[in-house]
Structures are given as structure tokens and as C-alpha cells.
Design a binder for this molecule. Structure first.
Ligand SMILES: Nc1ncnc2c1ncn2[C@@H]1O[C@H](COP(=O)(O)OP(=O)(O)O)[C@@H](O)[C@H]1O
Ligand SMILES: [Mg+2]
Length: 252
């Protein structure tokens, strides 16, 4: 069996008039932290939605542990999706539910565990994100970084095999971002998860990634180690990772 947890083959998707994905190929190994970078509006969130099976490609295959999510039945997709957790880009909490209720949400929906066990799982998840005993706080009482932690606990509570993070540090200051990055790494180790992290923050990308994939013009332009990406002389990669605009480039 292949060691790949995920294998995207020639994935195409047009949305509206726009060819967003134009033949994405990407393999992700079990246990690795894959960071996906690329321009805003370039299709990173759309790609994550394909990996979760929330969107099906027009053409191509999305293999996850022996299932092609492009053609899988809705019933099987429900089971596959239980192995995945997603921290959405604007991963808002339910404002009318307290922290404990937010974190317990997916377990309650699944309806498999007794209430006492759900409480135990919530306690465990809040401990992992350094918010032990905060069950009764309301989201409005929390800082941005704390809300992110609660959202992380909520996404990780069912111990997914694969965690997807969409811009987990967007809008957070560098210190809070750094603590979220460390948490992502720790969650991966503690729960033995594979992670795909979309970010345009290169500091975070270098800190978290085993490998970095760059989405450019609807395709994966390159996949490599953080060090190789950082030192790349390829003009497209360089321009993106060092934040040099085409205009500035022309002046020098
Ligand atoms: N449901 C949709 N319908 C039409 N266009 C969409 C839809 N979702 C995303 N898009 C478009 O696809 C492109 C890629 O979006 P997205 O994946 O959100 O980019 P990003 O890389 O910033 O996450 C954008 O131009 C966006 O407007
Ligand atoms: Mg996005």
C-alpha cells in the first residue's frame, strides 16, 4: 500500500467563469505537515474543500485512503469525513453556545458517546489547547487567540486522521500566531495527525512545514522542503516567498 494518505491527480475545477484549479497534482504522506501557499484568490480554500469532499472536481481524482472523493457515494463520504477535521478560514464559534458546548458540538451530533464521556473528551481537548477548565466561558469573553484555540479544540475533538487548517493565523499578531503554530505542531504529535495548512504567512509556513507546496495559476508549481523554498532562485517562488512585487523587481 502507498504511504500516501492523500493523492490528488489532475484536479480541475471551474467556478463561475473562472478556471480555479487547472490540473492539481499533490501527494501527502501519512504524518506529514504540508503547508500550501499561494496568492490570495488563487484557489487554496477551494482546494481544501475538495480534500474534505465538500466540493467535487470537474475532472481528476482525489484519493483518500482507497476512496476517490470525486466519485464516492454520499454515504461513504460521511464516514470518510469523520476522519477529517477542518479549521475554516473564518472559523467562527457559535456565539450563543459556551466554550464547552462549542467544543462538544461534533461529538453530540455524532451521538455515539454518553454525556459523561463527552465531558471527558471536552476536558481533554481544552487541556491540549492550554485552556483547561474554560468550559463555561462565552465566546464573547475570549480574545482572538483564545477563540482560535477553542476552534482548534472543536476541530480536533474527534481525533481526526487528517486536519485541515485554512489560514489559522490570519488576523493574529506575531506572538499569538507563534503560539497557534506551536499548538498545531503539538496537536499533530499528540494525536498522530497528518495536517494540511493553508497560509500566506511565510514565517508560519517555515515553522510548521515538513514540506511546502505552492499553488500557482491553478496548479502545484512546486513542492519542497522549507529550506529549499526559502533559498529558491526560481523567480516565481522568490517573488512570492520574499514578498517582492513585479514592479519592485523591475527597478532592481
Ligand atoms: N462558490 C464559488 N463560486 C464562484 N467562485 C468561487 C466560489 N468559491 C471560490 N470562488 C472563486 O475561486 C477563486 C479562488 O478562491 P479561494 O479558494 O477562496 O482563494 P484563496 O486562495 O484565497 O483561498 C476566487 O476567485 C473566488 O472568488
Ligand atoms: Mg482562502
Amino acid at each position: 500500500m502507498s504511504a500516501h494518505l492523500l493523492d490528488l491527480i489532475d484536479v480541475h475545477k471551474t467556478l463561475g467563469a473562472q478556471k480555479v484549479l487547472r490540473g492539481v497534482n499533490l501527494q501527502i504522506a501519512e504524518g506529514e505537515n504540508m503547508v500550501i501557499i499561494g496568492r490570495s484568490g488563487g484557489g487554496k480554500s477551494v482546494l481544501l474543500r475538495h480534500i474534505m469532499g465538500l466540493v467535487r472536481p470537474d475532472k481528476g481524482q482525489v484519493w483518500y485512503r482507497g476512496h476517490d472523493l470525486a466519485t464516492i457515494s454520499e454515504e461513504n463520504l460521511t464516514f470518510v469525513r469523520r476522519e477529517m477535521g477542518m479549521l475554516f478560514q473564518n472559523g467562527a464559534l457559535f456565539d450563543s453556545l459556551n466554550v464547552g458546548e462549542n467544543v462538544a458540538f461534533s461529538l453530540r451530533e455524532e451521538g455515539k458517546l454518553a454525556e459523561a464521556d463527552i465531558q471527558k473528551e471536552v476536558q481533554r481537548a481544552l487541556k491540549i489547547v492550554d485552556l483547561p477548565g474554560q468550559e463555561n466561558k462565552m465566546p464573547s469573553e475570549l480574545s482572538g487567540g483564545m477563540r482560535k484555540r477553542v476552534a482548534l479544540a472543536r476541530a480536533a475533538i474527534s481525533r481526526p486522521k487528517l486536519m485541515l487548517y485554512d489560514e489559522p493565523t490570519a488576523g493574529l499578531d506575531p506572538i499569538v500566531s507563534d503560539s497557534i503554530n506551536k499548538l498545531i505542531l503539538r496537536l499533530g504529535e499528540d494525536l498522530n495527525m497528518t495536517a494540511i495548512i493553508v497560509t500566506h504567512d511565510m514565517v508560519s509556513a517555515y515553522e510548521i512545514a515538513d514540506r511546502i507546496a505552492m499553488l500557482h495559476e491553478g496548479k502545484i508549481y512546486c513542492v519542497d522542503t522549507p529550506q529549499t523554498i526559502q533559498n529558491s532562485e526560481d523567480p516565481i517562488i522568490k517573488r512570492f516567498v520574499r514578498g517582492i512585487s513585479a514592479e519592485t523587481d523591475a527597478i532592481f
